[in-house]
Design a protein around this ligand. Sequence first.
Ligand code: NAD
Ligand code: MG
Length: 331
Amino acid sequence: MARMYYDEDANLDLIADKTIAIIGYGSQGHAHALNLKDSGMNVIVGLYPGSKSTKKAEEAGLKVSNVADAAAAADLIMILLPDEVQKTVYKQDIEPALKENKILAFAHGFNIHFGQVVPPPEVDVIMVAPKGPGHLVRRTYEGGEGVPCLFAVYQDASGQARDRAMAYAKGIGGTRAGILETSFREETETDLFGEQAVLCGGLTALIKAGFDTLVEAGYQPELAYFECLHEVKLIVDLIVEGGLAKMRDSISNTAEYGDYTRGPRIVTDRTRAEMSQILKEIQSGQFAREFVLENISGKPGFTAMRRQESEQHIESVGKDLRAMFSWLKEK
Ligand code: NAD
Ligand code: MG
């Protein structure tokens, strides 16, 4: 069993005397900045001039400056920008501020692992990656709990990098839930694989295929929506609570028998072979190259796919249905 670390394993003092710059104030940025501040840390937020987030951060009581000034003033710089803009901002505003004993931190290993950001040897390079979206990182912290995190060291210039990473994880509430050690490579590859094959890519493809099959066979789209999309949450909640077994205990025997006999016909040996192929493209850097080039060229494919997906039948059916159910909105 991999070891989990908790509050008592981490020492906040290691970063308490430091100035921490949170670069970016989006999903993760706002949560890290506010949690660290509430943990008593000295936080500044780095944003580009004119950012819409400036007002929000200032209203929350945070000090805000431009990225270059924040990076220059800080001992620990946590980069919470979208992965595809990190390289440019790093080169322009962060790299010039790096010097001995500073700490460069990330919440995902992409830019370090794929060589987009190459830090100088005299700084610590660490990762603290919450395994949940930013609003949950903030909400659980406010409730006295936390979101589990992964942590890793890429470069240990000070001899303290690992303890500093654990301290940071404590500051955002991660050690309340438990943190797990990994490497930049492992976090990057498993994170990309999970979101592509299962969580985002796999799941949305499965939902759409199920919905389309029922609608094309002449059933009401509203029913297809409930069966193939809405109920996913109910099933997943049970699986997360108590594993596959708990879910199978709660469903009917009819559903359980259908699960065992039909599921393997949906995810077949061909699907598994394709998953392996997707993992190889991640490991070889092929996916990273494709994503980097897509962004450099101005996202033509990304933009087109976003539009096409938003035009899917399941999206308009869902929008109308959700508007009719007030109990869904209240949640
Ligand atoms: P986000 O898109 O929510 O926020 C990014 C922030 O950067 C925003 O404040 C935005 O205004 C700012 N920004 C955008 N473009 C910019 C530019 N060109 N120059 C300066 N600032 C710019 O991003 P996020 O989802 O919080 O992701 C941040 C990091 O955290 C990424 O490395 C991501 O992989 C990682 N991460 C995200 C999640 C998640 O659930 N969202 C979970 C774990 C790790
Ligand atoms: Mg991810």
